[in-house]
Design a protein around this ligand. Structure first.
Ligand code: GDP
Ligand code: MG
Length: 293
């Protein structure tokens, strides 16, 4: 029997039910899923193996902010990379509500020229089923979608239709990710970029030299993700600048970076930062591939 495998970008504005859907799929096909692990390239939310098909769901952090001017560069890069490398897109919308934000996300998705399946979620909230048919018709005018599905992630209705529709779009392939090869490296890299960006945004006038960020530890707790990171500077004077008066600067860096990382991971984060003077960090870092840092 042939096997299929592929990468699916799960996209939709905040609150449409993306996390709920993934959590339900995780519960539904329990043993087959590794949750929120990261592989070499993608920011993976979940891997699901079901009836000879491996579904690799990736996140597109930042894409829902596409309409905002100040889009975090690291998040944007990660989002576009995820879209470019996916085999199919699962675009989630809310029954009866298609907002400007939905439209700007759709505009971005259309540029990727990947097959798009729409999951209209929260149909349990709709009293009049006629309204759903009208909603489907208006969606059809916006793009030639592969399929338009009516689901309720919360009530677990028609979740199999989502998997069936996606499975048809995935190429014949061996499993992409054996679980024992999964690492959190790319996620660490994106997190270190987020921290670095906050340091630059706040201190680019005062810090003449490059700084480096080293993720010391990363662990997924039950309620929070714990991250410990080192900010490496070349001199004592720079350390004082990064720390600021009574720690005010490093506190501000920490708050801003934590908010970005929480948006990326979609869960609470406990971020601890330290500053260390390490005159030779450049020599140590330059030899390394960014994904290996
Ligand atoms: P995300 O921001 O796209 O990840 O959205 P969430 O998964 O966090 O869901 C946002 C809210 O919508 C939560 O309160 C969910 O319980 C709710 N929700 C998700 N799916 C459904 C659904 O199928 N029906 C209803 N009634 N509520 C849902
Ligand atoms: Mg979510």
């Amino acid at each position: 029997m042939s096997t299929h495998a592929g990468v699916i970008a799960l996209v939709g504005r905040p609150n449409v039910g993306k996390s709920t859907l993934l959590n339900q799929l995780v519960d539904y096909h329990l043993a087959a899923v590794s949750h929120k692990v990261q592989t070499t390239r993608h920011l993976i939310r979940g891997i699901l193996t079901h009836e000879n098909t491996q579904f690799v769901f990736v996140d597109t952090p930042g894409i829902h902010q596409a309409h905002q001017k100040q889009l975090n560069r690291a998040l944007n890069r990660a989002a576009v990379a995820a879209l470019e490398e996916c085999d199919a897109i699962l675009f989630m919308v809310e029954a009866g509500r298609f907002t400007d934000e939905d439209q700007s996300i759709l505009d971005l998705l259309k540029r990727q020229k990947r097959p798009i399946v729409v999951a209209i979620n929260k149909v349990d909230k709709v009293k009049n089923k006629e309204d759903l048919l009208v909603f489907i018709d208006t969606l059809k005018t916006r793009h030639e979608f592969e399929e338009i599905l009516l689901i309720s992630a919360l009530k677990r209705s028609h979740l199999d239709s989502v998997l069936d529709a996606l499975a048809r779009l995935l190429p014949e392939s061996e499993a992409l990710y054996p679980e024992d090869q999964i690492t959190d490296r790319p996620l660490r890299f994106v997190i270190s970029e987020i921290i670095r960006e906050q340091v630059y945004d706040l201190l680019h006038q005062e810090l003449p030299y490059d700084i480096a960020i080293e993720i010391e530890s990363f662990s997924e707790g039950r309620r929070k993700t714990h991250v410990e990171a080192l900010i490496l500077v070349a001199q004592n004077s720079q350390k004082a600048i990064v720390i600021g008066k009574q720690g005010s600067m490093i506190r501000e860096i920490g708050i801003r970076a934590r908010e970005e990382i929480e948006r990326l991971l979609d869960r609470p984060v406990d971020l601890r930062l330290w500053v260390r003077v390490e005159p030779h960090w450049v020599d140590r870092f330059e030899a390394l591939d960014p994904l290996q840092r």
